[in-house]
Design a protein around this ligand. Structure first.
Ligand SMILES: [Zn+2]
Length: 422
C-alpha cells in the first residue's frame, strides 16, 4: 500500500477549529505567556514598562497591538546590553538544552521542553508521515534550523538522518543505503542531489516527499521536482527567532499560519495591524515559553488571506514572501513593493520593461506604470490588462504610460518616488 501523503492532519481538532475557537485558544496561551514573560523575562518587562503597559492590559489580541513592535534589527544591541539573551529567556541558562548563534549576532536559547519551533504540523501537512526516513540537510552547527527541524520530524514519527549541508555524493549514497523517503533542505540542493544521482548512474533516489526552505521555490522548479522526479514538494516560512510560522498544505495555495503563532501584518512605520489583504510587515508573537518573542517584527513583507482553503484547515494563509520592509513606498495609505511591480508585469504578456512612478497632484498621490512593450504589441489592450493587474495586486488605482523602447534608463529603480514634501 502506498503511503497517503495528501490526506489527514497532525492535530485535526486544532487545525480545523472555528475562527472564534482559534481566537479563544490563542488568547488563552497569550495571557499566560505575557504573565510568564513579565515575571521571568526582564527584557520583556522593560519593554512593557517603557510602553506603560501591564499584563492585565494585554489579555486579548486587541490588547496585544498596543505593545510596540520589537524589530529584529534591534536584537543584537538589546542582547549586547544584557547578555546573552537580552533578558528574553525565562529559564536559567543551565536548564537549556542548546544555545544557537545566528548572524547579527543573535543568540537563541532552546529547551528545556521540546517542539518550540512548531514545525511538526507543517511537516505532516506537507506529506511527511510516521516511518519516513528523512535526510535533514540544513546546518546543524550554530544556527537552529538543523536541530529544531530534526526535533519536529521526530514529533511526527520520522526517522532522521542528520546529514547536514554539503557532501553531495555521500548524501546520495546514504539516501540509497537507508531508502530515504523524505528530504529537508533547500530546493536547489534537492535538485542537485537528484541530478547528480543521474550523472553517477546511481539510479533514481527514493525521495517521495520534501520540505524545502531558506530560498525561493520557483514554480518551474517545483513542477520539475514533482513531475520529473515524483517528489511531493512543499515549503514553509520561519526564522531562527520565531520558528516556523506558516506552511503549505496539499493545495500549495499559500501557507497556513500555525496556531502557536499570532501573526499580524502591520504598517512597517507605526506597527499598527493592517486589514486582511494588505501588504505589510510580518509581526509575530510566538507561543514559546522559554524565549517568548512578543510582537517581533521580522522585517519581511507579506499578505494574508482568510479565504477558506479546500484542504479543510481553517487558519488564514500567508501569500508568500513579498520582500523586505525597508524597501516599501507608501502610496495613498497603501504600501507598495518592487516585487508587486514585478507581479503586475508578469501577469501581462508583451511587457518588456517597466517602472512605477509615484507622484503627487494637488493632495493626491499618483501611481503610473511606465511601460515599454515588445515589437508589435498593441498598447491599448496591454494598458487595460495592466491597470486591472495594478488594482488586483497593489489594491490601488494606477495609470499606464506606454513609452517607446529605450525610454526607461538602464538600472532604473523599480519604484521611483518623485514626490517632494516641502
Ligand atoms: Zn490548505
Amino acid at each position: 500500500m502506498p503511503v497517503d501523503r495528501k490526506r489527514g492532519f497532525y492535530d485535526e481538532a486544532r487545525e480545523t477549529m472555528s475562527a472564534s475557537a482559534r481566537q479563544q485558544y490563542q488568547a488563552a496561551w497569550l495571557g499566560e505567556l505575557i504573565e510568564l514573560a513579565w515575571e521571568r523575562a526582564p527584557g520583556m518587562r522593560r519593554r512593557l514598562q517603557a510602553a506603560r503597559l501591564q499584563p492585565k492590559d494585554l489579555r486579548d489580541l486587541d490588547g496585544l497591538a498596543r505593545i510596540p513592535v520589537m524589530k529584529k534589527s534591534q536584537m543584537p544591541d538589546l542582547q549586547q546590553a544584557d547578555p546573552p539573551f537580552g533578558g528574553f529567556c525565562t529559564v536559567p541558562i543551565g536548564k537549556l538544552r542548546r544555545i544557537f548563534r545566528s548572524p547579527g549576532p543573535i543568540y537563541e536559547p532552546m529547551g528545556p521542553e521540546t517542539g518550540g519551533f512548531h514545525a511538526e504540523t507543517g511537516y505532516y501537512a506537507g506529506g511527511f508521515r510516521p516511518g519516513d526516513v528523512v535526510l535533514q540537510t540544513f546546518a546543524y552547527h550554530l544556527v537552529p534550523a538543523g536541530h529544531e527541524i530534526d526535533e519536529s520530524l521526530q514529533l511526527v514519527g520520522c526517522v532522521v538522518v542528520p546529514s547536514g549541508t554539503g557532501n553531495t555524493e555521500t548524501q546520495i549514497e546514504i539516501a540509497k543505503a537507508v531508502g530515504a523517503t523524505g528530504f529537508v533542505g533547500t530546493p536547489s540542493f534537492l535538485m542537485t542531489l537528484l541530478k547528480r544521482a543521474e550523472e553517477m548512474k546511481a539510479g533514481r533516489l527514493p525521495f517521495e516527499v520534501a520540505q524545502v526552505g531558506a530560498e525561493a521555490l520557483p514554480e518551474s522548479l517545483r513542477r520539475s521536482l514533482e513531475a520529473d522526479y515524483g517528489v511531493m514538494t512543499r515549503q514553509g516560512f520561519g526564522t531562527a527567532d520565531i520558528g516556523m510560522v506558516a506552511y503549505e498544505c496539499v493545495e500549495k495555495a499559500g501557507m497556513h499560519l500555525v496556531d502557536e503563532a499570532i501573526v499580524q501584518v502591520c504598517d512597517p512605520e507605526t506597527g499598527a495591524p493592517l486589514p486582511v489583504g494588505q501588504i505589510g510587515e510580518l509581526v509575530a508573537t510566538v507561543h514559546n515559553r522559554t524565549y517568548p518573542m512578543i510582537r517581533f517584527g521580522t522585517g519581511d513583507l507579506t499578505v494574508i488571506t482568510d479565504e477558506r482553503c479546500p484542504c479543510g484547515r481553517t487558519s488564514a494563509r500567508m501569500l508568500g514572501w513579498r520582500g523586505r520592509a525597508d524597501e516599501v513606498t507608501k502610496v495613498r495609505g497603501m504600501f507598495i513593493h518592487p516585487r508587486q511591480a514585478d507581479e503586475v508585469a508578469a501577469r501581462v504578456t508583451g511587457v518588456v520593461r517597466y517602472q512605477v512612478v509615484v507622484g503627487r497632484e494637488g493632495h493626491q498621490d499618483t501611481l503610473t506604470m511606465v511601460t515599454e512593450l515588445g515589437p508589435g504589441v498593441a498598447g491599448e489592450t496591454v494598458r487595460a490588462s495592466l491597470e486591472a493587474a495594478i488594482r488586483d495586486v497593489m489594491k490601488l488605482r494606477g495609470s499606464v504610460d506606454v513609452v517607446p523602447a529605450g525610454t526607461i534608463p538602464e538600472g532604473a529603480k523599480k519604484i521611483d518616488d518623485r514626490r517632494s514634501w516641502d
